[in-house]
Design a protein around this ligand. Structure first.
Ligand code: SF4
Length: 262
């Protein structure tokens, strides 16, 4: 593996250590600040703006989100955890956000640095980066979102086209990486049978070893939209029923693909 640039700098929200999710074993999760999508259902809207962001909560208290940090500082913070093993899994690191790849230089150098120290690595991405495949040699696990199959609707919903997403998903599969597709199920936005049939058709050739996770739309981030001084765009939306989630999962399972609902 190549050496990495310790001085590469980025902005993160925070780092959580000893987490038992977003990959096998204990992990540190690094939440990057800034996202190039604008999903109206985003549960962490404070992570969308790049740079520092002020939140003002209902009780008048204030919080500044976003801290500058270098690759060297992140690795120095995570290294002490490396000795922790869980069920034979080495301690791992997941890059999340926001959208990690949107701060490309910091993301890429950090991944290289983590691999230099032999950490198992994962990324949670919206799949939109044109450079993404360059980071595959430094990744063990990729969580990639699918928001919608229809290009026009995708553009309208999140402000970006979806062609790069499909390309990156195919290339990740072809590279033999552990690939998990994450689909937020948002009533009236992407939960039609037609959309799920198209998703199932797209994923069918990639089904070996693939897991799909259906994420039930939730309203947990509403107070953060308020704290940002913004109206929550989906004010009257009700989370999908368990029956609906099961029916959508079945469309994908019918292609022989493993599906989890959460
Ligand atoms: S891609 Fe994720 S972080 Fe970005 S706006 Fe959408 S839900 Fe929020």
């Amino acid at each position: 593996m190549n050496k990495y640039k310790e001085s590469a700098k980025g902005i993160i929200i925070n780092i959580k250590h000893g987490v038992l999710k977003e990959g096998p074993g204990w992990r540190s999760i690094i939440y990057f600040k800034g996202c190039n999508f604008h999903c109206p259902w985003c549960g962490s809207p404070e992570s969308i703006p790049f740079g520092k962001t002020e939140l003002i909560y209902d009780d008048g208290s204030k919080e500044i989100i976003g801290q500058e940090i270098t690759v060297k500082e992140v690795i120095r913070e995570i290294l002490p955890y490396q000795r922790f093993l869980k069920d034979n899994h080495h301690y791992g690191v997941t890059l999340s956000g926001g959208e990690p790849t949107a701060q490309w230089n910091f993301y890429f150098e950090l991944l290289k640095g983590l691999k230099y120290f032999n950490f198992p690595t994962a990324v949670e991405t919206n799949g939109s980066s044109p450079q993404f495949i360059a980071s595959l040699p430094y990744l063990d696990l990729v969580f990639c979102d699918i928001k919608h199959m229809n290009a026009e609707i995708h553009q309208k919903l999140v402000g970006k086209d979806n062609k790069q997403v499909w390309y990156n998903i195919r290339k990740t599969y072809e590279a033999g990486k552990d690939l998990r597709i994450v689909i937020p199920v948002v009533p009236g936005y992407n939960d039609s049978e037609e959309n799920f049939q198209e998703i199932a058709n797209f994923l069918s050739p990639l089904k070996d070893g693939l897991t799909v996770e259906l994420l039930k739309y939730g309203r947990h981030g509403i107070y953060k939209w308020r704290a940002l001084g913004k109206d929550y765009p989906l004010q009257h939306l009700i989370p999908p029923s368990n029956r609906k989630m099961t029916a959508l999962a079945k469309i994908i399972k019918n292609k022989g693909i493993k599906v989890n609902i959460s």
